[in-house]
Design a protein. Structure first.
Length: 126
């Protein structure tokens, strides 16, 4: 018998349940660490560093050039309105860019996307 389980919006074979649980645990841990404050404060990682880092890792992350301009602002906890103002685009366009970024990074929310960027900033450079 082949059973399926509904997990975070995706149908998952029970054979893949362990991998799904591990992924969910990692996602939860990332979100909890980020929300708890065990991360660089917004002022600790210079904005220019975040922009350069995301631009350099853009292809690895699967982002367009514009999404790579938006992601550091998301990591800085900017609202869609602030992103729109900074990039001279509409709020609706900013919303679309943020939604695409979250999907491409597999992030559940903006905080998790920011945590991914900050983890990249803390990773040793090769």
């Amino acid at each position: 018998m082949n059973l399926t389980t509904e997990t975070t919006g995706n149908a998952v074979h029970t054979g893949h349940l362990r991998a799904t649980l591990v992924a969910m645990k990692a996602r939860l841990a990332t979100s909890l660490v980020y929300v708890s404050g065990a991360r660089p404060a917004p002022g600790e990682v210079p904005e220019e560093t975040l922009r350069e880092l995301v631009a350099r890792e853009r292809r690895t992350l699967g982002l367009t050039r514009r999404e790579a301009e938006v992601l550091p602002l998301v990591a800085r906890r900017c609202t869609n309105r602030e992103i729109a103002s900074a990039l001279v685009i509409s709020v609706r366009t900013a919303e679309h860019h943020v939604a695409h970024i979250l999907r491409k990074l597999g992030a559940a929310n903006r905080l998790e996307a920011g945590a991914i960027v900050h983890r990249l900033a803390l990773a040793p450079q090769t």
